[in-house]
Design a protein around this ligand. Structure first.
Ligand code: UDX
Length: 430
């Protein structure tokens, strides 16, 4: 099949290569010429495990372009452009609207447009009305991929969700054909209306965010009474109705999805007159943001006034196995420590480039980037571990003992660090 993928960010670029891996001829469209050039040289424009290899492997069937006219031969067009947060907290639909307008001249009665971007409920209906004069049809097919596992989640998703409008049942076969190898593996495939398909995505992310904030609320209580939130999570996680996944307390969630999706959902529900139903998501957001401040409190409790102090910071990405710093708790904490007057010496295995750009554009002083974890420790009064990269979890604490470590992700072997001579403070555990 000939397929186009419009928008080549973390989602679209991997989706394009994934569709080529399934055997299709794919063109990916993006406005950023530098990114398109890199992708055409089979080089990933961001860090994502396995993605470089997939680009090389699928190069014969995969091209990228900045020219929308190159989608002309495709029959299935995936919409994967970004939907960032606007200053009001609502979802910014500019890129989706522009992409659909640019696509219109290339649509016909044979075309199927498949929306994957995360959008406010009601968008699919509106886009369907935009494209229907061309005779093209629209489906909504939300994506659940996690950064760090994007290739795996694209090729072996745990479910497929198809949103269609009634009367368009024949479209199911078209998308089944696109995803044939995935369907043949008996992956659950659920067909529903547009609004439900759109809601599935924000509901899933809201649930995950709520689960993380729940355990972080328990971390706050644990700190007040001297309990251990990790043991608590292990104990409640054994109940299969609760489950242990996404119960890791720490400095909270960040990234390009969870924070913006819950805020966008609150706004959309308000517009629909059902804001009360998801009011709790504002608490989920507030609990999450308090986690970042907690690190500064712990540092101040232990070191007193932070001005003039030096703090080593391990991790800048919002999660391990990613170079993404969007709404990264780690970077936010770095900025707060620097604002409190301390010098921050930071290192991340993959996010140094993006962090460098962000620090330069924000004109923030007091944060320096270093070549290795060891280098950040030179003259440091404390170490904050903000992203649970494997290399940090496995680092030998006996190499530089004698100071404070704040384990922002509760990811270190506490006993090992303590017996190596470090003063250990976790999040919801001491
Ligand atoms: C998320 C969803 O998981 C994915 O299904 C959706 O398609 C996009 O949004 P992603 O943003 O890649 O994926 O990251 P995720 O693994 O969900 O982690 C989000 C944040 O939560 C990270 O900052 C992570 O460190 C944090 N987190 C996760 C916790 O603080 N505790 C946990 O127990 C799990």
């Amino acid at each position: 099949m000939k397929i186009s993928v419009i928008g080549c960010g973390y989602l679209g670029a991997v989706h394009a290569a994934g569709m080529a891996e399934l055997g299709h001829e794919v063109v990916g469209i993006d406005l950023d010429q530098a990114k398109v050039n890199r992708l055409n040289s089979s080089e990933a424009p961001f860090f994502e495990p396995g993605f470089d290899d997939l680009l090389v492997k699928t190069a014969e069937r995969l091209t990228f372009s900045t020219d929308m006219a190159d989608v002309a031969e495709a029959t299935v067009h995936f919409l994967t452009v970004g939907t960032p947060q606007s200053p009001s907290g609502a979802v910014d639909m500019t890129y989706v609207n522009r992409a659909v307008e640019a696509l219109l001249p290339f649509l016909s009665g044979e075309s199927v447009v498949v929306g994957k971007s995360t959008v406010p409920v009601g968008t699919a209906q509106r886009l369907k009305e935009m494209i229907e004069t061309t005779g093209a049809k629209l489906m909504w097919n939300p994506e659940f991929l996690r950064e760090g596992f994007a290739v795996q989640d694209t090729l072996t998703p745990d479910r497929l969700v198809y949103g269609i409008q009634s009367g368009d049942e024949s479209l199911v076969e078209v998308l089944d054909e696109v995803y044939r190898p995935i369907i043949e593996r008996k992956t659950p495939r659920l067909v529903m209306d547009y609004a439900t398909a759109e809601l599935v995505k924000v509901a899933a992310n809201s649930f995950l965010a709520t689960k993380i904030s729940f355990i972080n609320a328990m971390a706050e209580i644990s700190d007040a009474v001297g309990a251990d939130v990790t043991m608590l999570a292990d104990a409640i996680g054994h109940d299969p109705r609760i489950g242990r996944k996404f119960l890791n307390a720490g400095i909270g969630f960040g990234g390009g999805c969870l924070p913006k999706d819950i805020r966008g959902f609150v706004q959309r529900a308000d517009e629909l007159g059902v804001g009360e139903a998801v009011e709790f998501l504002s608490d989920v957001d507030a609990i999450n943001l308090r986690r970042r401040a907690r690190v500064i409190d712990v540092l101040s409790e232990e070191l007193g006034d932070l001005s003039g102090k030096t703090v080593a910071l391990w991790g800048l990405a919002f999660k391990p196995d990613s170079d993404d710093i969007r709404d990264s708790p780690a970077l936010d904490i770095a900025e707060s420590i620097a604002k409190a007057g301390a010098t921050v010496q930071a290192y991340d295995p993959e996010a140094m480039g993006p962090a460098q750009k962000r620090l330069a554009s924000n004109d923030i002083s007091g944060i320096s980037l270093h070549e290795s974890p060891e280098e950040t420790l030179s003259g440091a009064d404390a170490l904050v571990v903000a992203t649970e990269w494997k290399t940090f979890r496995e680092w030998d604490p006996s190499d530089a003992p004698g100071r404070l470590v704040v384990d922002g992700r509760n990811c270190l072997d506490r006993e090992r660090w303590k017996s190596a001579g470090w003063r250990y403070r976790g999040m919801g555990r001491t």
